[in-house]
Design a protein around this ligand. Structure first.
Ligand SMILES: *Cc1c(COP(=O)(O)O)cnc(C)c1O
Length: 418
């Protein structure tokens, strides 16, 4: 039996289970893959559960910092115990009220996406009589690597195009309430291929060193981004990066040869740190045939594991019968007995987790598990659509249930005179 089927039966499905021991293993592995002295920012976007964020800060070994991009993520980070001065605040559309709020709560490090964004930060800082430290997010001219989500070298709402920096830097340096202390790159996401990841980081270090040398870009802190990969809703293991540490050391020696004049280095990760700690437990509600096709209908659809379905990325997801230790994301593949559409309970034909998915024999009432579901789960789903309750989220450590929570949406009544 799966270790967590008892819990799923007791609490009901759909149920996310996050295993804190796995989370800590991911954190250890990521720090071990990096040269000493790197900061790692945990991107709360991947999973803002405060107890998950807390586990990435506390415990043995180097602690993560927090990367947040909204008032809600900042609240989660603070609740998780991150001091505000360990938070990096990012995002292309930071508003005046959220900036004033973040500064009032103590945030002083921001990633800046444009001159306008820097001016907004500066205005909020000046009003609070503080000076913020700002990283310029830079959109390199050339993307060296390929990945499923690529964000540089193309027109984008993110960052300042590297080729325009020489022109714009003097104006950026004059914005009151801000001091430019470094650069932030985020060229790719989910790079399972180590050579692509290394090539992207090497390119980033070369571009950053060149901008400092040729244009005087300040570089006390250099955030080289991330891209560390883990399967998403399918079986398999986190990517391994055995060559990364020495490749980064070599690239640093090449581009920043004077160790006394080197920026502090940081990278960031969401999915790698949390993805394989989580599994989604759900139930088969119904099985039906339609015109030669089998539909397996679960009690969890894109309202529960949406896979950022708003982005039009169809997952597809794998499920494993819970009776066969379905909580080991890297367990042996189960023999497929059928090919079926795996769908959720919502009244929309878009509620599809996968078409033509290879599935084991299933019957109504069976518990099944979606492996590697710790990142981009509930908060990346259409939680409010069709009014089903949010899935429960359980944190476990060994045999202990550490917390059991459920997100709630409420309508807040602020009506009154127009
Ligand atoms: C989304 C995002 C991350 C996290 O990405 P993962 O693929 O989950 O590691 C990190 N940094 C920035 C700037 C992001 O937008």
């Amino acid at each position: 039996m799966s270790r967590h089927s008892g819990l799923a039966e007791r609490v009901g499905t759909p149920l996310y289970v996050y295993d804190l021991d796995r989370l800590e293993a991911a954190r250890r592995d990521l720090f071990a893959a990096l040269p000493d002295g790197f900061d790692v920012f945990y991107a709360l976007k991947a999973n803002p559960h405060p107890e998950i964020a807390r586990a990435l800060r506390e415990g043995d070994g180097p602690a993560c910092r927090a990367e947040v991009s909204s008032a809600g993520e900042l609240s989660a980070a603070l609740e998780a115990g991150f001091p505000a001065d360990e938070c990096l605040y990012t995002g292309p559309g930071k508003t005046g009220p959220e900036l004033r709020g973040a500064i009032a709560r103590g945030v002083r490090l921001f990633s800046v996406e444009s001159l306008g964004d820097l001016r907004h930060i500066g205005a909020a800082a000046t009003a609070a009589k503080v000076v913020t430290r700002c990283l310029l997010r830079i959109n390199s001219a050339h993307a060296e690597a390929t990945s499923s989500i690529r964000m540089t070298g193309v027109p984008t709402q993110f960052g300042i195009d590297a080729e325009t920096l020489p022109d714009v830097l003097p104006r950026l340096r004059e914005v009151a309430g801000t001091r430019i202390v470094g650069a932030h790159f985020f060229p790719l996401s989910n790079a399972a291929d180590e050579d692509s990841l290394i090539a992207a980081f090497e390119n980033t270090l070369a571009v950053a060193a060149g901008l400092r040398r040729d244009h005087g870009l300040p570089l006390e802190l250099l955030d080289i981004g991330g891209g560390f990969a883990v399967p998403y809703g399918t079986p398999g293991r986190r990517a391994a990066y055995p060559k990364l540490k020495s490749a980064l050391r070599d690239a640093l020696d090449r581009h920043f040869p004077d160790p006394t004049d080197r920026p502090r280095l940081a990278c960031e990760s969401g999915r790698y740190l949390v993805g394989d700690s989580g599994s989604l437990h759900c139930s088969v509600v119904n099985i039906k045939e339609s015109r030669g096709r089998t539909f397996v209908i679960l009690d969890a659809g894109i309202n529960t594991f949406g896979g950022m379905s708003g982005l039009g990325r169809l997952l597809p997801v794998a499920v494993e019968p819970q009776s066969q230790d379905g909580d080991d994301p890297a367990g042996p593949p189960r023999p497929a007995a059928q090919t079926a559409s795996l769908v959720g309970p919502l009244c929309t034909p878009g509620d599809v987790l996968g078409r033509r998915v290879e599935l084991p024999d299933l019957a109504e009432g069976d518990l099944v598990t979606v492996p590697n579901a710790g990142a981009y789960g509930p908060t990346a789903s259409l939680l409010g659509f069709l009014g089903r309750p949010a899935p429960a989220e359980a944190l476990v450590r060994g045999e202990e249930l550490v917390s059991l929570t459920r997100l709630e949406q409420r309508r807040v009544d602020e009506s009154g005179p127009l």
